[in-house]
Design a protein around this ligand. Structure first.
Ligand SMILES: Cc1ncc(COP(=O)(O)O)c(C=O)c1O
Length: 409
């Protein structure tokens, strides 16, 4: 870890946190600046960033084209309401629909808000066919966000407490059980919503066979087939959308996270009849689709479209997965993922690995109960990958030694 210049706030100042509503267990680091996949904290240390702001900072930190676009747009116009349209948002709508093959887009500010909009769209679609066609089927172990309806859609019991009554009309299917899904997709179902790879739920890969079968059943039963690509989208898996890689064509897809490289944004994309469902007065947002976020997203999209960029994401993801597999570490159960969305199943509490990694200068995430999650910026270099993997190996060994697993495995 390299030393950086000292700054005003020290890590001790995190005690100032008592002024925040106590919703987060934080790392204890006060971050100051970044460059590429490196972050610099006020403790004077450099960290390899394999979190990318939970899959948000797709172009890493301080990406010159992104910084310049934001600065230039800020000097022209930061915000107007959706009573008006601006050049960056028109351009983004055009380029994003062209790049993804969807017909239309609605811009908002976050993943949960994108899903909320998608749920409204599918409910209106269903009710136009039959007033009882309003059930939304999601998957167990899914994660769809933190609003009341998004936690309802989330197929994990731990989210279904304290905040009831929850939104009615959600049912949860067991991933990869085609027969069970066949029984659940009845006439009252208006949509089936899935993450192509379940992120927060544990980097769980849903089988292509199951998703293809689900798509077919949805088509046959006039049910909208909808992807939550908030985490998997915008290059993360080596394609603009993961569904492309899986040969799926959802009617609606929600995206957010990496879309504007760190500037808050969300969107849902729709095609065919689904793109015509929402009409004036049905939905809206104050900030969504503003010129600042749109300018940032245009830079991200143009980088993703550069020849070879997405192939590199795939290659770097394979390299990182191969390195981790090559450890044959006794506390590693498996290494899963697609592109630069990687889950390392571990036989210990993954938080212990994350905390050990931080002391070796590497920032990681957890997912589910047994998975360490790696979401490096898409511009991560081979050097970052080599050094990050080496730090992960040290962290795994620390945890292995500390928990005395020598006798257990
Ligand atoms: C698949 C998925 N959907 C929705 C969300 C919610 O996004 P946001 O936190 O931007 O509301 C997340 C966030 O982790 C996510 O991974």
């Amino acid at each position: 870890m390299k030393e950086t210049s000292k700054n005003k706030l020290s890590n001790k100042d995190v005690t100032m946190e008592d002024r925040f509503i106590n919703t987060y267990t934080r790392t204890g680091l006060v971050l100051d600046h970044g460059a590429g996949a490196r972050l610099y904290a006020t403790d004077g240390n450099e960290y390899i960033d394999f979190m990318a702001g939970i899959g948000v900072s797709s172009l890493g930190h301080g990406y010159p084209k992104l910084v310049a676009a934001i600065a230039e747009q800020a000097s022209k116009l930061i915000h107007v309401s959706n009573y008006f349209i601006t050049e960056p948002s028109i351009k983004l709508a055009q380029e994003l629909t062209d790049a993804t093959g969807y017909d239309k887009v609605f811009f908002c500010n976050s993943g949960a808000e994108a899903n909320e909009g998608m749920f409204k769209l599918v409910r209106k679609y269903g009710s136009s066919k039959n007033p009882d066609k309003n059930v939304i089927v999601t998957l167990k172990q899914s994660f769809h966000g933190r609003t009341i309806t998004a936690i309802t859609a989330t197929g994990q019991d731990k989210f279904h407490k304290y905040f009831g009554p929850f939104t009615p009309g959600f049912e949860y299917a067991e991933p990869d059980d085609i027969e069970a899904l066949d029984k659940m997709l009845g006439p009252n179902v208006c949509a089936f919503v899935f993450e192509p790879i379940q992120g927060e739920g544990g980097v769980r890969i849903i089988s292509q066979e199951y998703l293809k079968a689900a798509e077919k059943m949805c088509r046959e039963r006039d049910i909208l087939f909808c992807a939550d690509e908030v985490q998997t989208g915008m290059g993360r898996t080596g394609a603009i959308l993961a569904c492309e890689r899986l040969g799926l064509k959802p009617d609606v897809s929600a995206i957010a996270k990496g879309l504007a490289g760190g500037v808050p944004i969300g969107a849902f994309l729709a095609r065919g009849d689904a793109a015509e469902v929402l009409q004036p007065g049905d939905h809206g947002t104050t900030f969504g689709g503003g010129p600042l976020a749109a300018s940032a997203a245009l830079v991200v999209l143009s980088e993703l479209k550069r020849p070879g960029f997405l192939d590199e994401v795939d290659r770097k993801g394979r390299r990182l997965r191969a390195l981790i597999e090559s450890f044959h570490h006794p506390i590693v159960k498996d290494v899963r993922g697609m592109g630069l969305m990687i889950g390392v199943g571990v036989k210990v509490d993954p938080h212990e690995v994350v905390s050990a990694a931080q002391s070796h200068g590497l920032l990681l995430l957890t997912a589910g109960d047994d998975t360490v999650r790696l979401l490096p910026p898409l511009v991560v270099t081979d050097k970052d990958i080599e050094e990050g993997a080496a730090a992960l190996e040290l962290a795994l060994s620390d945890v292995y030694t500390a928990t005395n697993l020598v006798h257990m495995v």
